[in-house]
Ligand binder design. Structure first.
Ligand code: ATP
Ligand code: MG
Ligand code: MG
Length: 632
C-alpha cells in the first residue's frame, strides 16, 4: 500500500494485467448515465484513466447509453465534471449509441453465421430452458434455437421495425446453452438485443425500438474504439467468456470459437482462484481483453442509486403491517455532504487529491475492498494536515471580557497560518478587551479533570509569533434568564510570568479595532455532518417497506448558525487554492466561480466553504474532525 498514485501501476494487479498484453494502452471508463457517480467509481476512474496515463496511453470516457429509459442529461454533465475534478481528461468522449448502426449490422451478421436467433419465449420459458430457477436442472434448446437463419433475420428486422412489443421477441446468442459441460451461465444463450417499451433515446431519438445488451455491445464498442485492456469489476468475471465469444464469432478476435463453446468453464459455485481462471483464458492474441478488479465498497453508508434516490426524493411505501407510509426526504439532494456520491464528497470539501490518495492506499486486486468510513476520513485528515492554513473558528461563541484591560486595548498579534509551514506566511489577529471563546471551553462548575476555563480557573490563549504567554482566569459569569445559557464571562489577564497553564484554548478578538475594521471576525453558518444512519450496516435496513426511516440519525446534521471566524479568513479565501487543491479546477465547488476554500479551524475540525455561501453569508461544512473519535 502506498500514497503514491503511480504505485498502483508499476507492480501488482495492474502491472500483471499490462504484462499480459504489453501493447499501447487504450482504456475506457464506461458509466451508465443513469445516476450520479459514487466513491466506488473513483476507483474505476483511477484504474482506467490512471492505467492509461501511467503507460502513456489513452482513456476514453464512454457513456454506456444503451438503456434509454433511465438516462437523463444532468447525469452526463455530472459524470464528466467528476472525471475532470479528479484530475483526468478523457482522450475522447464517446457514447455506446454512436455505434448503434454498426452494432445492428453485426447482430445481423451474427444471425447470418447462425450464431444468434430471435426467440419468442417468455421470461419463464427462457429460465426453464436454462435449468430452472437454480440453474441446476436440465438445459434445453427452445423451439426457436434451431430455426432457419432466414426466419431469424426476418424476425430481427421486424423487431427493429416495431412489429413486436417489449417481451415478445429478443435476439439471443447461440453459444453453449445445450452443452452440459459448460457451467458458465453467461454462455447459455444470453440476450443480444431486446425490444424496449420506453424507447425514446436522448441522442438517437425515436430511431430505435430495439437496444443492444451490455453483453453484446460492450466488447464491440471496445473493439471499435481500439481498447487494449477492458477493465471492469469482478462481478463481470463470467462475462469474460461471452465477451471473447462475441468477438470471435464475428471474426474480430483470433480465438477458437468451438473451444470457447466446449471448454468446461468454471461453475458459479466453484472455488477456483483468480489466477487459475486467468490461465484458463488464452485471449491475449489480438482484440481487447477484459480483466476484472475488485469493487470498492464503503461501510456505514449506502451507494445504491435506488436507495439514494429514496433518501433524496422520499416516497410512499406500505409498511409491514399494511399501513401506508410517507417517506420524507432524508437529505437535501444528491450532493448532500452526508452522502458518498462524488458530488457530495466534493461539496463536503474533500479535495480530489485526498480521494486519489485513498484509492492508492487501498491498492487494486480482484478482491472486494470493504472500507469503514473512519478509515476514509483518516486518510482525508492526514492529506489535509499540511496542505491547508489554520485559523481560529468558534462554533458557539460566548463573550469574554478581560476586566483588567482598558476599553480600547488593541494588540495586533502576528499569527502564522500554519505553525510547521513558514511559506504560508502569517496574518494579524487583534487581541482586545473583548474576546470570544467556544461554549464548550467554559464550565459553570469547575471539576478537577477539566483544564479549561471555569470560575477561579486559569487557561492559556493560543498565541502569536511573539510567544508571549496570555493566561486568563475566570472571575464571574452571567446567564440569559430565558435560555439559561451563559452569555458573558468576566476574566482577568494574569501576569505574563505566571505559571504555564495546563491547557490552551483558541479565541477570537472582538471590537474595538480602532480604524482597522479589517480585523473584524466573520460570522458563518457551520454545518457538522455525522453518519446518516444509526446502523453500521444501513444496506441491511428495511428499504422495501420504508423501515429505514426509523434508523435515521437525528444528529446527522448539526448547524451552528452564529459561528465566528477570525479576520484571517479573508486572506485564506483570497489566496485559495491552497496546496490541498492541487490540480483542482476553479469553480470546483458547485455554483461558485472560485476555488474551494479550505482551512483547519484550530482545535475544532477541517472546514470548507459550502456551495450555499453567498457574497453576504459564509456557510461552511466540516470536512473531517481533527481526531478519529471527535464529533461522535
Ligand atoms: P451502481 O450499480 O453501484 O450504481 P454501476 O456498476 O451500475 O454502479 P456503472 O455506471 O455501470 O455503475 O459503472 C461504471 C464503471 O464503474 C463500471 O466499469 C463499474 O464496474 C465501475 N464501478 C461501479 N461501482 C464500482 C465500485 N463500487 N467499485 C469499483 N468500480 C465500480
Ligand atoms: Mg451499471
Ligand atoms: Mg449497477
Amino acid at each position: 500500500a502506498s500514497e503514491d498514485p503511480n504505485a498502483l501501476f508499476g507492480s501488482g494487479w495492474l502491472d500483471a494485467t499490462y504484462k499480459e498484453r504489453p501493447i499501447p494502452v487504450r482504456t475506457r471508463f464506461p458509466p451508465e448515465p443513469n445516476g450520479f457517480l459514487h466513491i466506488g467509481h473513483a476507483k474505476a476512474i483511477m484504474v482506467n484513466f490512471g492505467f492509461a496515463r501511467y503507460h502513456g496511453g489513452k482513456c476514453f470516457l464512454r457513456y454506456d447509453d444503451t438503456n434509454p429509459a433511465k438516462e437523463e442529461e444532468k447525469y452526463f454533465t455530472a459524470i464528466k465534471d467528476m472525471v475532470e475534478w479528479l484530475g483526468f481528461s478523457p482522450y475522447a468522449i464517446t457514447y455506446s449509441s454512436d455505434h448503434f448502426d454498426k452494432l445492428y449490422s453485426l447482430a445481423e451478421k451474427l444471425i447470418t453465421k447462425d450464431k444468434a436467433y430471435v426467440c419468442h419465449c417468455t421470461k419463464e420459458e427462457v429460465n426453464m430452458g436454462r435449468g430452472g430457477p437454480d440453474n441446476r436442472g436440465e438445459r434445453k434448446a427452445c423451439a426457436h434455437r434451431n430455426r432457419p437463419v432466414e426466419g431469424s433475420l426476418t424476425d430481427f428486422r421486424a423487431m427493429r421495425d416495431g412489429k413486436y412489443e417489449a417481451g415478445e421477441a429478443h435476439l439471443r446468442m447461440k453459444s453453449a446453452l445445450t452443452n452440459p459441460d459448460v457451467g458458465n451461465t453467461m454462455m447459455w444463450d444470453v440476450a443480444a438485443y431486446r425490444v424496449v417499451e420506453k424507447n425514446h433515446h436522448h441522442r438517437t431519438g425515436d430511431t430505435w425500438k430495439i437496444y443492444p445488451t451490455y453483453d453484446f455491445a460492450h466488447c464491440l464498442c471496445d473493439f471499435f474504439e481500439g481498447i487494449s485492456h477492458s477493465l471492469c469489476t469482478v462481478e463481470f468475471f463470467l462475462s469474460r467468456t461471452v465477451y471473447n465469444w462475441v468477438l470471435a464469432a464475428l471474426d474480430l478476435k483470433q480465438m477458437d470459437l468451438a473451444d470457447l463453446e466446449n471448454k468446461k468453464t468454471p461453475t458459479l459455485n466453484s472455488n477456483v482462484s483468480a489466477s487459475e481462471l486467468d490461465e484458463y483464458y488464452d485471449d491475449t492474441n489480438g482484440g481487447p481483453i477484459q480483466r476484472e478488479y475488485g469493487r470498492l465498497n464503503v461501510e456505514g453508508t449506502i451507494l445504491s442509486k435506488r436507495k439514494i434516490a429514496l433518501l433524496v426524493e422520499g416516497g410512499k411505501a406500505t409498511a409491514k403491517d399494511g399501513s401506508e407510509k410517507t417517506l420524507p426526504p432524508a437529505v437535501r439532494d444528491w450532493d448532500d455532504p452526508r452522502l458518498f456520491t462524488l458530488v457530495a464528497i466534493r461539496r463536503r470539501g474533500i479535495p480530489p487529491g485526498a480521494l486519489i490518495k485513498f484509492v492508492s492506499t487501498l491498492g487494486v486486486s480482484p478482491a472486494l475492498t470493504n472500507i469503514e468510513i473512519v478509515k476514509f476520513e483518516s486518510i482525508v485528515r492526514s492529506y489535509l494536515e499540511e496542505k491547508v492554513p489554520r485559523l481560529s473558528l468558534v462554533l458557539d461563541p460566548i463573550r469574554v471580557t478581560i476586566t483588567n484591560l482598558p476599553d480600547d486595548h488593541l494588540e495586533e498579534l502576528d499569527v502564522a497560518f500554519h505553525a510547521k509551514i513558514p511559506s504560508y506566511g502569517s496574518h494579524t489577529v487583534p487581541f482586545t478587551k473583548t474576546i470570544y471563546i467556544d461554549r464548550s471551553d467554559f464550565r459553570e462548575q469547575d471539576d478537577p479533570d477539566f483544564f479549561r476555563l471555569a470560575p477561579g480557573k486559569s487557561v492559556g490563549l493560543t498565541g502569536g509569533n511573539d510567544k508571549k504567554l496570555r493566561t486568563i482566569k475566570a472571575t464571574s459569569f452571567t446567564k440569559d434568564p430565558t435560555t439559561g445559557l451563559v452569555t458573558d464571562v468576566s476574566v482577568t489577564l494574569e501576569p505574563s510570568d505566571s505559571p504555564k497553564p495546563k491547557a490552551f484554548i483558541h479565541w477570537i478578538g472582538g471590537p474595538p479595532f480602532g480604524a482597522n475594521s479589517k480585523l473584524s471576525p466573520v460570522t458563518a453558518e457551520v454545518r457538522l455532518h455525522n453518519a446518516l444512519f444509526r446502523s453500521d450496516k444501513p444496506d441491511e435496513l428495511d428499504w422495501k417497506t420504508g423501515g429505514y426511516i426509523d434508523d435515521l440519525n437525528p444528529d446527522s446534521e448539526i448547524v451552528f448558525p452564529n459561528a465566528l471566524i477570525e479576520c484571517g479568513f479573508d486572506e485564506v479565501r483570497r489566496r485559495a487554492p491552497w496546496p490541498a487543491a492541487e490540480g483542482e479546477k476553479e469553480g470546483a465547488i458547485m455554483g461558485m466561480a472560485s476555488y474551494a476554500v479550505r482551512f483547519q479551524g484550530l482545535r475544532t475540525a477541517y472546514f470548507c466553504v459550502d456551495a450555499d455561501a453567498t457574497a453576504e453569508k459564509v456557510v461552511l461544512n466540516r470536512i473531517v474532525t481533527l481526531k478519529e473519535d471527535a464529533g461522535k
